[in-house]
Design a binder for this molecule. Structure first.
Ligand code: ADP
Ligand code: MG
Length: 300
């Protein structure tokens, strides 16, 4: 490639939808040897859909579907949340043309799930770790195998408990972006390592990472711990880029050597980042790094 000046790199970047915050960001891009990717909205489209709902019957066995009243109550709790998984649950209720009731009380725990009081019922929706405190242990045991199958298939299992009994396991699938695999392969070809960082469970995370060709996963990470994963990598001597889109990703983006925000993501992420990718394409991560190298070859 032809060596570039900072100005040329800035202009060429802009034409490819890569916006650098400043000249330092271009220099740093040339040093990156590990790229950490957020999963939801970065590797995946971030618009998950419910594919199956397994209802737990009184006999402890699963049936194919959940009754309308319970689905409506679970959707009522999730309707208060902005989380992509919550939107998927609400959409599932709307697809059945259900009336979603109001909640009396509501709490949302980032990286966990939601709790709400709906028509006098206590509804708890979220990960197994989150729902655990509000569910009978034998219900959880009965749900494990179903959860494992959902996760192995690359979907996220979400548990819904009603008054302390697990009522259902939702399988919620988010698809991988078309260009993810090619972008990851390009990074590996340049000797750059890849890691996927997510609050989702390990089995789902590993399945998606494998599909995208990502070498390593760090799963079950609480939102507030994402930044410390980045800092730990830097302490080990890596030059780390973090790619993310969400509000929760902002501290990790700021904590990386090079924060890269998806332009399709939240303003909070864009403000925390050194580079913004305007088109949501993961190929632009490769472009951002390549332009850094082309520029530094000229300056050195
Ligand atoms: P990510 O790293 O993919 O953005 P989060 O930290 O937002 O993940 O969430 C981690 C996990 O917590 C989810 O995979 C899900 O199991 C659970 N969770 C969080 N919020 C909700 C919600 N509103 N409804 C259901 N599950 C949730
Ligand atoms: Mg995300």
């Amino acid at each position: 490639a032809t060596p570039l000046s900072i100005t040329t790199a800035t202009g060429r970047g802009a034409r490819h939808g890569v916006l650098y915050r400043n000249a330092e960001a271009i220099e740093t891009a040339a040093k990156i040897d590990v790229v950490v990717f957020d999963k939801t909205g970065t590797i995946t489209h971030g618009t998950p859909h419910v594919t199956h709902i397994a209802a737990l019957g009184a006999d402890g066995a699963y049936s194919a579907d959940l009754d309308d009243a319970t689905l409506a109550a679970v959707a009522a709790a999730e309707a208060q949340s902005e989380h992509p998984l919550a939107r998927a649950v609400v959409e599932a209720a709307h697809e059945r043309h259900l009336d979603v009731p109001e909640c009396l009380t509501f709490t949302s725990v980032p990286g966990g799930g939601v709790r709400a009081d709906v028509d006098g019922q206590r509804i708890v929706v979220g990960s197994d770790r989150f729902v655990e405190a509000d569910a009978r242990p034998d219900d959880l045991d009965a749900a494990r195998e179903t959860m494992r199958l959902i996760a192995q298939d690359g979907a996220t299992p979400v548990l819904a408990a009603v008054d302390g009994r697990i009522a259902a396991v939702f399988a919620i699938r988010d698809t991988i972006k078309d260009d993810a695999r090619a972008a990851i392969d390009e990074l590996h070809r340049r000797g750059i390592g890849t890691i996927m960082l997510t609050g989702d469970n390990r089995v789902t995370a590993d399945t998606i990472a494998h599909e995208a060709g990502i070498a390593h996963t760090v799963a079950d990470v609480r939102p507030e711990d994402k930044e410390s994963v980045i800092r730990a990598l830097r302490r080990r001597g890596f030059h780390v880029a973090m790619v993310g889109d969400g509000i929760n990703d902002a501290p990790a983006l700021a904590g990386a050597d090079l924060g890269i925000a998806m332009g399709t993501g939240t303003d909070v992420a864009i403000e925390a980042a050194d580079v913004t990718l305007m088109n949501g394409s993961l190929r632009s991560v490769v472009t951002a790094i390549d332009l850094g190298h082309a520029t530094m070859r000229n300056i050195r």
